[in-house]
Design a protein around this ligand. Structure first.
Ligand SMILES: O=C(O)CCC(=O)C(=O)O
Ligand SMILES: [Fe+2]
Length: 293
């Protein structure tokens, strides 16, 4: 099945462009560093993984306190989500929160795990940051079970600035096996109108297992996820949850070298729009398409 091959429902041209680009980046990596001696990434089967203590808890807590300060002072860098009232968005995160949050990518374990996933270098394509607010209200959008339906060989990483547990908004995920089984039964969760808040009834009707999982995180931990597998954001019941979300694509050179070429300011400001051509020299933000995530 087409979606089993690419783990999305994008058009063939986009999938081919990203697949060929990823292959070029893998070849460039091997040419420079030799064959990678890392095992396959657990993301391939599990969809999500956690790395503890990727950034120091002190730095993560300080960042969260900074967000609280911005909110209290009604700083214009904080915007209410346009989609719902369940989150506050921090604009220009690498500048507003400070470029030292990039230290999270200097964690050898984070680097190793991203290399294991991409089998090549990778770069930050965009960064977003938001505070999820506690609520009992009805949910919509990312709060429903969905696949971002992103191109293959891309992933997101959530840097947790606060703790994230079942009570404070840890994301729910499904693994590859279950995501594919739900798709075979007809659930794609791509467009707003076809996303369900709960899948227990669908699971029962189609004799599918219902076994989502979440990963408890402490400040400074990261969750790396392939957002093509089903997931849903969970509204915190108790406290708010702060994250910085990085979106990665393959790259021919090390992320830090690429960032120096692109400019931190430009990456920090870049809209969350998928480039049609992911090559670093070909990216023009306006040429991409805005998607629901
Ligand atoms: O905020 C979250 O827990 C998940 C949001 C989401 O669906 C995404 O970033 O793709
Ligand atoms: Fe998503």
């Amino acid at each position: 099945m087409y979606y089993e091959r690419y783990n999305n429902t994008l058009d063939f041209t986009t999938n081919r462009i990203y697949t060929q680009y990823a292959r070029e980046c893998m070849t460039a990596y091997t040419a420079k560093h030799g064959t990678m001696d890392l095992p396959a990434s657990p993301l391939v089967q599990n969809g999500a993984m956690i790395i503890k203590g990727a950034l120091s808890a002190v730095k993560a807590n300080a960042c969260s306190a900074k967000i609280t300060g911005l909110i209290e002072r009604k700083n214009p860098s904080v915007e209410q989500s346009k989609k719902d009232s369940l989150s506050l968005h921090i604009s220009d995160p690498l500048i507003t929160l400070g470029a030292d949050i990039l230290d999270v990518l200097r964690s050898p374990e984070v680097h190793r795990n991203l290399l294991a996933y991409f089998r090549s270098h990778y770069r930050i394509h965009w960064v977003t940051s938001y505070r999820s607010l506690p609520t009992k209200a009805a949910v919509a959008g990312s709060w429903l079970w969905h696949s971002d339906s992103f191109p293959p060989h891309t992933c997101k990483m959530f840097l947790h600035l606060t703790k994230a547990t079942a009570d404070t908004g840890a994301t729910d995920f499904m693994n590859r096996e279950d995501t594919m089984a739900y798709r075979r039964a007809g659930y794609f969760g791509q467009f707003r109108g076809e996303r369900y808040a709960e899948l227990q009834d669908f699971a029962r009707d189609h004799h599918l297992p219902y076994r989502p999982f979440h990963l408890d995180a402490a400040p400074g931990d990261v969750t790396i996820c392939d957002v093509n597998f089903f997931h849903r954001a969970v509204t915190p019941r108790a406290d708010f949850r702060d994250i910085v979300s990085f979106f990665f694509v393959p790259n021919p050179i090390h992320w830090e070298e690429q960032l120096a070429l692109d400019g931190i300011q430009n990456i920090s400001k870049r809209a969350a729009i998928l480039p049609k051509n992911p090559h670093p020299d070909a990216v023009i933000a306006a040429s991409g398409e805005q998607r629901m995530m």
